[in-house]
Design a binder for this molecule. Structure first.
Ligand code: ZN
Ligand code: ZN
Length: 357
């Protein structure tokens, strides 16, 4: 992990007038230290950083931080007790915790044990650093984008009349493993025919049939980094209204991708997709946001949606999905999703799959 991440975290602490920050969210710990663990705490201070782990992760932690300035504290009781010991040694007046990731019970325990240190609930300190990817992260995401695209290009072989949704999902998952992903980023979605109108449908025993549109949405984790892709496959001749919906979503997705440029408001990128769907009479059929950030988590900053403040702008180095959709009960659904990296003058597509497979 680049030492620059800790330096940026330290600068952020300074800006927020915090003497230290207890990082407890696993994705944030991984971002700062390289440690992939389900539990741990990272005590970030302007100069040293201490990674608190229990015995289970002592070896992995030592390997992760080798060659860096990060110190390791192996807690013999709980992680929180270890973090308390580290903070007591530093005696800082103001310590931040991650409000979105710490339970009230843990907050109360830390707060009681650390008196008179003031514990301050913070929001998105490390998340804001993560939103701009560094060179190492971009390389991984590019590679993962190529891998997920190769999986998607095989989908026509699985999405055939007579196959059950759960069988298609199993093929997708097996191909992701085969491609080199460490695990799926979320439960694979295969939503055929009328099931397609539920954006987060779970695969069922329903068998695909002639005339179905089939929404295939899947993601993989490669070296910790998530990519996410959706294609809607058509089996034989689909009803004309479904075909029109497909073309409208294709056009909406292209419009949103064309709107991605450094400085563009996230809400305007969403608006570009929404305007196209509206022009096709599908405004009410598009009930979710246009995209979400990708990185160590499959849903992270930035949000590309109409609900984000108008001054939230995308910047070079951000990676997110563009995935407009349209869903009509009885008719089914269409969603098309690709992953983009914002670069000078526009965006680079990390995924490369024909829209119509
Ligand atoms: Zn997806
Ligand atoms: Zn997505």
């Amino acid at each position: 992990v680049s030492g620059n991440r800790l330096a940026r975290a330290g600068a952020e602490l300074h800006r927020r007038r915090l003497d230290a920050l207890i990082v407890s969210h696993p994705a944030n710990i991984r971002y700062l230290t390289g440690l992939n663990a389900s539990a741990g705490a990272c005590v970030v201070t302007p100069s040293p950083c201490t990674l608190v782990v229990d015995l289970r992760y002592a070896t992995a932690a030592a390997e992760a931080v080798a060659g860096s300035s990060i110190q390791i504290e192996v807690a013999d009781a709980s992680i929180d007790d270890g973090a308390i010991a580290v903070i007591r040694g530093l005696r800082p007046p103001r310590v931040g915790v991650e409000g979105a990731h710490l339970t009230v019970a843990r907050f109360n325990k830390l707060s009681g044990a650390l008196t008179p240190t003031e514990l301050i609930s913070t929001e998105r300190v490390i998340e804001e650093l993560r939103v701009i990817k560094d060179a190492e992260e971009i390389e991984r995401l590019r590679h993962a984008g190529r891998m997920i695209s190769a999986v998607a290009r095989q989908a026509r072989d699985w999405v055939v009349s007579g196959a059950a949704e759960v069988e298609v999902a199993a093929c997708v998952d097996a191909a992701m493993r085969q491609a080199g992903f460490e695990r799926p980023a979320f439960d694979t979605i295969v939503a055929s025919g009328p099931n397609g109108c539920l954006p987060h449908a779970r695969p069922t025993r329903r068998r695909l049939a002639e005339g179905d549109g089939v929404v295939l949405d899947f993601g993989g984790v490669y070296d910790g980094y998530c990519v996410d892709l959706t294609r809607t496959l058509l089996i034989g001749e689909v009803p004309a209204p479904f075909r029109r919906m497909f073309e409208a979503v294709r056009e909406a997705q292209a419009a949103a991708i064309a709107a991605v440029v450094p400085g563009a408001a996230a809400a305007d990128i969403d608006g570009a997709a929404r305007r196209v769907l509206g022009a096709h009479g599908l405004a009410a059929a598009f009930g979710h946001g246009t995209g979400h950030g990708l990185g160590l988590e499959v849903h992270e900053e930035p949000r590309i949606s109409r609900t984000v403040p108008a001054d939230e702008r995308v910047q070079a180095g951000m990676v997110f999905t563009i995935e407009p959709g349209a869903y009509i009960p009885g008719l089914g659904g269409v969603r098309i999703e690709d992953d983009v990296l914002v670069v000078t003058g526009g965006c680079e597509l990390l995924t490369d799959v024909p829209i119509e497979l």
